[in-house]
Design a protein around this ligand. Structure first.
Ligand code: ZN
Length: 466
């Protein structure tokens, strides 16, 4: 073995960053100023914000959004600053060893961080539930203005618990979301709305997207006011404070989502779905090639350790692989060290908060995500931010996004319990999200009836490039 692993990574991994800096693509995520790329850190020439580089992988998130764990630990245990290096070394051992026989020590930080995390949720009384619900805010939902009567679909309603109680009830009187329907003049239409459960306890200050089943009887067409309320089953509706209210036009025709459907009746096969996602991405690449963009500049978001952009044959293109997690990107840079694009300095890895991206407008020909977009709290706002970064022929590509909602799926509940922002959107919600995001659907495929792949472009971009 040679010394290859020692000196090569940093030099290679920063090559593309230097190219991007020369092309004027980089911008400070804090102030939008130009960034200077250096071996140990990237620095903003305007506001002097500094972004650390760890083993060739920069952390380009806003410094104010970061917490120094050693500083926090030293503060908690009142350790003098001179011991900082030893504290850092001590903390690194958390990831080095594990004792499965003593799981109580596996989460070191839980022992001195926010106590409410460990609080067992106790069911609230109807009075306390009512008081808490008055402080629940609706943050977003993706209701299309038109819906087909007689169809029942889920609609995602995102709420924040602005009360000081954990929103939770027991099984005898479950807390449900339901709705009432009114004419435009405000007359209640006698009709029992579907019930949807709060999928997990909601801590004070926490946000959650709830899939709420919605539908109106067939034949009920025209404009209606729909109001969503919480109710304690068998006890009362909290109808003084609707969670959400909207005007919906019910029609008797169902507008089909424009997608090619494959393997709809077969059981979901993850491996096959990954291959289908890669295929879809390659198709978009060859579209761009035939449009005269043989060397696309690609940004992947939420890439984890296995970026779809590095699996695809990108020709002479360049790829910025990113994720919010720095450790994932450091691992990705190690796992893919032998990839031709990495070896030739055409690939870079970074920790990026895509809500505050470190890139100028119109910087990328492709922005892609695999099984990640549905985790974003406000995907429409998020897409708006990405649309800004697309070149005029650019494509946004999302693959392997769930488009069949099932809030009873055990995996969904587990992910929520683990603190993931797990969400599922119906096709009509996806359409609404893409439109509100300022994009136009370009090509879409649905595999196994549940896995959506789509590409989208700026509305004014030519479909066929010149
Ligand atoms: Zn700055």
């Amino acid at each position: 073995m040679t010394t290859r692993g020692k000196s090569r990574p940093a030099a290679d991994l920063l090559a593309l960053w230097h190219t991007l800096q020369r092309s004027g693509v980089l911008q400070c995520p804090v102030c939008g100023g130009a960034l200077t790329v250096m071996d140990e850190l990237f620095e903003c020439v305007s506001c002097s914000s500094a972004f650390p580089v760890e083993d060739g992988v920069p952390m380009l998130t806003r410094p104010a959004d970061m917490v120094s764990i050693p500083d926090h630990v030293m503060d908690v245990f009142k350790i003098p600053l001179v011991y900082k290096e030893r504290v850092e070394a001590a903390l690194a051992t958390i990831t080095k060893y594990r004792m499965p026989l003593y799981p109580e020590f596996s989460n070191f930080f839980a022992r001195f961080e926010g106590r409410d995390v460990q609080m067992q949720p106790v069911p609230l009384s109807p009075e306390d539930t009512g008081a808490a619900i008055e402080r629940v805010e609706c943050l977003s939902c993706y209701f299309s203005k038109e819906m087909c009567s007689g169809e029942t679909e889920f609609r995602s309603i995102r709420i924040r618990n602005a009360s000081d109680r954990i929103l939770f009830t027991d099984e005898r009187n479950p807390l449900h979301l339901s709705y009432r329907v009114f004419t435009i003049r405000g007359e209640l239409i006698p009709f029992e709305g579907n019930r949807s459960q709060l999928p997990c306890p909601l801590r004070p200050g926490a946000e959650l997207t709830i899939p709420v089943m919605f539908g109106l009887p067939r034949g009920l067409t025209g404009q209606f006011i729909v109001r969503f309320y919480f109710l304690l089953e068998h006890v009362r509706w909290f109808d003084k404070c609707p969670v959400a209210e909207m005007i919906v036009t019910m029609t008797d025709r169902n507008e089909e989502f424009p997608a090619t459907r494959r393997n709809s009746v077969q059981e979901f096969d993850v491996q096959e779905d990954v291959v289908r996602g890669d295929d879809f991405f390659s198709r978009v690449l060859s579209d761009l090639r035939s449009c005269g963009i043989p060397k696309p500049r690609i940004l992947e978001i939420g890439a984890g350790v296995y970026p779809i952009s590095l699996r695809a044959c990108i020709g002479n293109g360049t790829v910025v692989v990113s994720d919010i997690s720095l450790v994932m990107q450091r691992l990705a840079s190690i796992v893919h060290a032998d990839h031709p694009a990495v070896m030739e300095g055409r690939a870079a890895f970074a920790s990026i908060d895509a809500m505050h991206p470190p890139f100028q407008a119109e910087s990328f020909d492709i922005i892609c995500m695999s099984a990640a977009l549905h985790h974003i709290a406000f995907p429409d706002e998020f897409l708006k931010g990405l649309a800004r970064m697309l070149s005029c022929h650019g494509r946004f590509v999302a693959v392997r996004e769930p488009c069949l909602v099932n809030p009873f799926e055990p995996e969904y509940i587990v992910e929520l319990a683990n603190g993931f922002n797990e969400q599922m959107f119906e096709l009509s919600e996806w359409r609404e999200i893409i439109t509100r995001g300022g994009l136009t659907l370009d090509r879409a495929v649905i595999d196994f009836g549940c896995s959506l792949k789509f590409s989208a472009r700026l509305p004014h971009a030519p479909r066929q490039c010149i």
